[in-house]
Design a protein around this ligand. Structure first.
Ligand code: HEC
Length: 229
């Protein structure tokens, strides 16, 4: 009798612990081990990912340090990694999920146009490779001999500016279409602001200054007549 209840007890705890193990397996998503996280050379966090999150998400009332809506603060690497990024696992990363939704409550940025598919895919690939902070970008894809509106200036605006400067919410004017960017170029605000010249407003607001190479590209485009090319 005693022996039987002992066996029963062992059985009971075996099932219980097995259940707990299975349970925890089911609910903790796969995380890429640290030693397997790599720096995809085509993606540079500081240049390609951070400005997108800063300008589209780290805004007042949303995910800047003061607001921290739903616990997400998306203003620098350390804060971005605290919630919503699972290295190696985009599907479990709520930040990527929310950018990837096309409709519904959870789709981000809230009340603003969805980011471009290319940008959403870049963030996905960055997470898949391990979501590392590559530091200052050593291999910059930026080439100062290239400065057309469609292939250079518009993408710079999209990554760094249109999160705040779009048709829906435009402090100081939209930068989401050619005519608006041209207007800011012609009145001198565009260059004064991105160069952080005295008497101008430093842009991107609350974010890191654009790379020197990007500033040169924008200046060359303006100097050549700010064409819709
Ligand atoms: C986080 C939000 C935010 C981002 C990102 C941002 N801006 Fe602004 N921008 C503002 C706000 C707010 C104003 C209104 C003036 C102010 O409060 O400084 C403004 C004003 C401006 C103005 C018009 C008035 C002025 O100050 O000259 C220009 C031009 C401008 N921004 C350019 C840019 C460019 C170019 C970028 C990207 C490289 C950028 N902004 C990124 C928030 C932002």
């Amino acid at each position: 009798m005693r022996r039987n209840s002992f066996v029963l007890m062992v059985l009971f705890f075996t099932i219980l612990s097995g259940g707990v193990l299975l349970h925890s397996c089911k609910h903790s998503p796969y995380v890429l081990p640290e030693d397997q996280r790599t720096n995809d050379p085509s993606i540079c966090f500081e240049r390609d990912i951070l400005p997108v999150l800063q300008s589209n998400c780290a805004k007042s009332g949303c995910h800047d340090a003061a607001s921290g809506e739903k616990g997400y603060v998306l203003d620098n690497y350390a804060n971005i990694m605290k919630k919503g990024i699972v290295p190696g696992n985009p599907a479990a990363s709520t930040i990527w999920q929310s950018l990837n939704y096309t409709t519904g409550e959870k789709a981000m940025p809230k009340d603003a146009p969805r980011l471009s598919d290319a940008t959403i895919d870049l963030i996905k690939r960055w997470i898949a490779a391990g979501a590392v902070d590559s530091g200052a970008c050593t291999t910059s894809a930026c080439d100062t001999t290239k400065f057309t509106y469609s292939s250079i200036v518009a993408p710079i605006m999209q990554s760094n500016c249109t999160g705040c400067h779009n048709a829906a919410s435009d402090p100081g004017g939209s930068l989401a279409d050619y005519n608006s960017v041209k207007e800011a170029a012609v009145n001198g605000r565009l260059i004064g602001d991105i160069e952080h010249l005295p008497g101008y407003n430093n842009m991107p607001k609350n974010g890191a200054k654009l790379q020197d190479c990007q500033i040169t590209q924008v200046k060359k485009w303006v100097a050549a007549g700010a064409l819709n090319n």
